[in-house]
Write a protein that binds this ligand. Sequence first.
Ligand SMILES: [Zn+2]
Length: 397
Amino acid sequence: MGGLDRRAFNRLLFAGLPSGLALGCGRDSDPGDYTAEDAARLDQQIAAEAAQAGRGRFGALRFRGYRGLAELPWFELSPEGRLRTTAELPGIIDIHAHFGMDVYRPLDPTKRSERVRHLLDCDGADPGCDLDLDRYVNGNFTDAEHDALPREFLAGAFARGATQTHTAANLLAEMDDVGVAQAAILPIALSLPFAGSLTERWTRAIRDNGWGDRLLPFASVDPNDDDAPEKLRAYAAAGAQGVKLHPEMQRFFADAPGAMAVYAVCEELDLPVVFHAGRSGIEPERIRKFALMRRYEPAVSSFPNVRFVFGHGGARDLERAIPIAQAHRNVWLGISSLGVSQIDQALRALGPDRLVFGSDWPFYHLAVTLAKILIVTRGDTGARDALLRGSAETLLA
Ligand SMILES: [Zn+2]
């Protein structure tokens, strides 16, 4: 990838121009924000997980592509080659999905494609990628595939590339295939110059197309923006059912005053917050400090009446997320991206009522999270139904 693409992408997704400038002086330079121990813990997690994959109580779980999941007892390939479930399931509620991030040029949300090219596209070649369900999902992709992501995001901002397939209509078709009844649609407010509001556009698309019974529009505001509380009130009045916040991409600490002001509005309007929480290990190192779990604790303890979801269960920082969730009943763990052993660990620590299904579509096929839940809860329909639907119902009630 050329240097220009990289710079443009950094501005687009990981800097967010105004917040980037604001943070340039001061907070960036505090050595306590990201210590050598923090960096070492991430390296250790990645190494230990890779070494232990396939050796836990679920054994080896490796498949060829998303399509390969058809080998599992709950899936099959349709005559057209679409992966679909054959299991009797409660209508799944997905608490973590996105449309294509069409920041500068809108996608046509009604457009269908023959095949969805997920951002991490395990079915792009034949045979598909080596998919190991016992690893954090991004660990299944090569460096080259991760390196291609920025270019894909940049093209997607202008409704080009794989993002063209990340439409609401394609999401709904995939939801039908695997039994997902409803999905929360999470925009991310990036405060980019000349960019439209994804929250406004996506909320309107859902309403105008009559998808409101299946797609739940969430709002996103930038906690670095002084007008965030006011904007959130307007989004809620227009139908937003919760808030998505991404400390890394939006460059804020979850315990910063601007963020606290946003949670105060969430408390007043009874809106749940879905956080990106914890480090995924594929983000630029300089933004990892924003995802450390110790920054989330003050948020959830200061607002016990606000329901918070730690997206990705705290990702590669699951070990730090679990004790926070144990100490605070207003915290749920989203389980998108976690490997089966990690989901099992979270289930044993917190019980099924505190875990919610999240796919992170269009990064991955919806069936990836579903397959992992069905494996971990095999023989325990109570836990299975809670993870697929019951806990999310409580969270959204
Ligand atoms: Zn996401």
